[in-house]
Design a protein around this ligand. Structure first.
Ligand SMILES: Nc1ncnc2c1ncn2[C@@H]1O[C@H](COP(=O)(O)OP(=O)(O)OP(=O)(O)O)[C@@H](O)[C@H]1O
Ligand SMILES: [Mg+2]
Length: 113
């Protein structure tokens, strides 16, 4: 990975299903449905959400499938470099969201990026 923000095309190159399994379908698992419900609330309240869990449980698939269905036009994908600092996160989000003005020089408690 590099410090350069990835373009959407760079970030979303992985196949939907593990190893690009052909003919596989998305199943409405409890994980997928719970993720979708949570995303509806998060989008509605313009909040943030962190999805975590053991490897291979379906986090990425659930988020991607839900966002594609809910707000396909409003998805902005970013990829942070390995071990990003708060400054890296601020600048990556600043660039990806095309925030006007100069990038933040330092964090501001409780506001901004
Ligand atoms: N709802 C689902 N319907 C069908 N297949 C699924 C579903 N959820 C997960 N899978 C299958 O399981 C694989 C692993 O899921 P996914 O990549 O979303 O896991 P993950 O939790 O993001 O894993 P990691 O922690 O390694 O990033 C998918 O590629 C897909 O083949
Ligand atoms: Mg994943």
């Amino acid at each position: 990975m590099t410090g350069t923000p990835a373009t959407p095309a760079d970030v979303d190159q992985s196949p939907e299903h593990f190893l690009g399994l052909s003919g596989a379908h998305i199943v409405a698992t409890d994980t997928l449905l719970a993720t979708r419900d949570n995303l509806v609330d998060v989008i509605d309240t313009k909040a943030m959400m962190c999805v975590h869990g053991d490897a291979g449980l379906g986090k990425t698939l659930s988020v991607n499938a839900s966002l594609r269905d809910l707000v396909p036009e409003a998805v902005c994908r970013v990829q942070f470099r390995a071990r990003p600092t708060p400054r890296d996160i601020r600048h990556t989000l600043f660039d990806a969201l095309a925030v006007s003005g100069p990038p933040p020089a330092r964090e501001i408690s409780g506001a901004g990026l």
